[in-house]
Design a protein around this ligand. Structure first.
Ligand code: KIV
Ligand code: ZN
Length: 390
């Protein structure tokens, strides 16, 4: 049976921390409305204790899209932060308080001058306090992948006993590798199922080694029921796990994962483009799913195969992610088949085989002098040839 994976989008919190990505309240609300169209389950709208502007944005998002989408916001394990989260999200139908506190030795020693037990107690007290405000509380064990496993588990056990309803396991600095991360999640999942099977196990990965998507998928295979992701992989340093990559991996490889999400994949490209438009941060051209070249084919061998049957070189259709159609880029490497397709698409007849050979020769000469040949070049080439011939 297919397992439902809960999708939390943190573009407006972790993504927005990126230099240059600052959005105003109106832009954040516009983006949250698009996340609602995309059908994410939870929107992490911000970090309300950080500034009055962030508080206002979270509040506006809770008010305007919190009727069908669950809204959360981040708090450190202190009363003031938790109050700010509660006050900003309380108008949403299904609000969730998100508390974060480090569990690795380096976080405990360098960030808090307290013992490990005292830090754990801080987390427990924070969860107990949050539970007096709302029933749903997520606890994130920051830097989990560099934490000593038994201390990590002791913390998780204690905060679940204090009332946490979701446990989020972050690979905060993108240190994890898929098999190790998957194994950690498998062990935590087994213990959590024994302790309280209703508590949801979540993961949150960063991309410092380019492994965020792989680690997230490995966690899903090993029992994680929720993922924290961002559009275009926007996030601290090298970014977070990209929502679009995880969604399409689960969809295209359904036979391997046996999992599904609520995401409307045909809204993926539109969401990615909106984020680029709002932040001014471009997506790399070869980025999976949402890069400009993700569905563009330029080699002659590939173009020829695709024109025979799309499945030869396509594992998903561009339409599935909301793109118009695959794109065949004409270059000096394109073959007769792709050139003929381009000429006919412009409405020209190609039945005169001898004429077509002359046109193809002219196309190759042009393509050698240009990097890419566009529709208007093909149009000019054919009309010019035919006019001169008359
Ligand atoms: O990367 C991280 O650890 C975080 C937490 C707040 C979940 O962003
Ligand atoms: Zn993060």
């Amino acid at each position: 049976m297919s397992r439902k994976i809960i999708v939390l989008d943190t573009t407006l919190r972790d993504g927005e921390q990126v230099p240059g990505a600052k959005l105003n309240v109106q832009q954040k609300v516009e983006f949250a409305q698009q996340l609602k169209r995309l059908q994410v389950d939870i929107i992490e709208a911000g970090f309300p204790a950080s500034s009055a502007g962030d508080f206002q944005a979270v509040q506006e998002i809770a008010r305007s899209v919190g009727d069908t989408v669950s809204i959360t916001a981040l708090a450190r394990a202190v009363k003031g932060d938790i109050d700010a989260v509660y006050e900003s999200i309380k108008l949403a139908q299904n609000p969730l308080i998100h508390i974060v506190l480090g569990t690795s030795d380096i976080h405990v020693e360098k960030k808090f001058s307290r013992s490990k037990d005292a830090v754990m107690e801080m987390g427990v007290e924070a969860v107990k306090y949050a539970k007096t405000l709302l029933p749903n509380v997520q606890y994130s064990t920051e830097d989990a992948s560099r934490s000593e496993f038994e201390y990590l588990w002791k913390t998780i056990e204690a905060v679940i006993k204090a009332g946490a309803t979701m446990i989020n396991v972050p690979d905060t600095v993108g240190y994890a590798v898929p098999d190790e991360f998957g194994e950690m999640i498998r062990k935590l999942n087994e213990r959590m199922k024994n302790l309280n099977p209703d508590v949801i196990l979540s993961v949150h990965c960063h991309n410092d080694l380019g492994l965020a998507t792989a680690n997230t998928l490995s966690a899903i295979k090993n029992g994680a029921d929720k993922v924290e992701v961002t559009i275009n992989g926007l996030g601290e340093r090298a970014g977070n796990t990209s929502l679009e990559e995880v969604i399409m991996a689960l969809k295209v490889r359904e036979n391997s994962f046996h999992c599904h999400t609520n995401i409307k994949s045909t809204e993926l490209l539109r969401t990615s483009r909106l984020l680029t438009y709002l932040t001014g941060l471009d997506v790399q051209v070869n980025k999976a799913i949402t890069g400009d070249n993700a569905f563009a084919h330029s080699s002659g061998i590939h173009q020829d195969g695709l024109l025979k049957d799309k499945q030869v070189y396509e594992i998903m259709s561009p339409e599935e992610v909301g793109a118009e159609s695959m794109e065949l880029i004409l270059t000096a490497r394109s073959g007769r088949h792709a050139f003929k397709n381009a000429v006919e698409k412009l409405g020209f007849d190609t039945s005169d085989a001898a004429e077509f050979e002359v046109l193809f020769d002219k196309f190759l000469t042009l393509a050698d002098s240009k990097k890419e040949v566009y529709d208007h070049d093909v149009f000019y080439l054919v009309t010019n040839h035919r006019t001169l011939d008359v």
